[in-house]
Ligand binder design. Sequence first.
Ligand code: 2IT
Length: 445
Amino acid sequence: MSKAVDSFMAELIAKNPAEPQFHQAVREVAESVMPIVETTPAFRQAKILERMVEPERVIMFRVPWVDDKGQVQVNKGFRVQLNSAIGPYKGGLRFHSTVTLGVLKFLGFEQTFKNALTGLPMGGGKGGSDFDVRGKSDLEVMRFCQAFMTELFRHIGPDTDVPAGDLGVGGREIGYLFGMYKKLRNEFTGVLTGKGLDWGGSLVRTEATGYGTTYFAEEMFNLKGDSLKGKTCIVSGAGNVALYTVEKVTQLGGKVVAICDYDGTVHDPAGIDAEKLAFTKDLVFNRRGSLKEYVAKYKAGWIEKSQPWSIPADVAFPCAAENTLNGDDAKTLLKNGVKAVVEGANMPSTPEAIEAFLAAKILFAPGKASNAGGVATSGLEMAQNAMHLAWTREEVDMRLHQIMKNIHKTCVDVGREGEWVNYQVGANRAGFLKVANSMIAQGVV
Ligand code: 2IT
């Protein structure tokens, strides 16, 4: 490990204490890009890394609301505007009890590089609240979203900052947030993405992160003259990203044998086919139920309070949350002969897990490259909104597919190490260079 990274990190940690996820995300990028920074006087002189890790602006606010019992509740609200060098701030909102400033800084930092990789003009941002949608009634969620937007609206706009969904924020929440924004501003614009199809949303946005992750995996195999066809796959999570990964993998001829939620892992050796997936989507998205119902209905295996990493597979798709695949999980996957690990979530693999994958030289795709299809399609939604028109499903899917191919090619071009591709280094360096050069062109601001 380089001395320059160590001293940079020591200063970052001293200045930003108690934000371990942010430290982790920065270290991962710093390790990839420090060799470029050290050998490029213009980057050193511009203090480019020091500037990148300092958000341009952080907004923190109180979100008071009234629950169904008439009790006043108070949550924290945040929007972290990380970097606007290449476009308006862009990134999701996360509503979950684990949300802290440090978590959102890590997500906004990742988002900045991810958005740069898409090739679309989007800066990096992230926001959210420690509000947990689980266990809340629909009306409570609506009142919370409205309260949240009564402060957020003054900081965002279609050319300023365009939030979207993340964990805990799906179509329902975006609807309530958009309704309140429109009322406060008296303006119907593309200020949020992930909107409903009848009111400015884009076709394929819901499916985009999972589809994009799968397209990326297919590209990785294609480069080696192989494909997902016939591959046994395991997926963690049972949300938007996970279930549309299952859908696309199955369409491309792979077999998904596991998914998981907070309660445990479904192990279905026969594979989660289209009919079972339709049931699961209804269970998760409409009825907000537990995967235990899948087990009862389809007589599948169940591993209580566990993730799928112990199940032998060719490909693992971590599509849940950060740090949900650790060093021991990585060893188990490698022992079982995993060929590829393709991240659908943001930073799901711990540093120890990544180290193990890179040492074993398997195919490893970091989330900022492989899960970029979601935000890329948000970018396509912004473009359609700005033009006041809507593209067909084929048009959006074709563009998403092309963007994922381009990101893959960029990672290969920048990250090739002999016969093997270090996608981690490729993604970090390519994203960094675009943002760094844009910042330098715009002066010290
Ligand atoms: O992590 C992500 O890329 C997202 N949650 C999607 C962000 C977006 O603006 O669509």
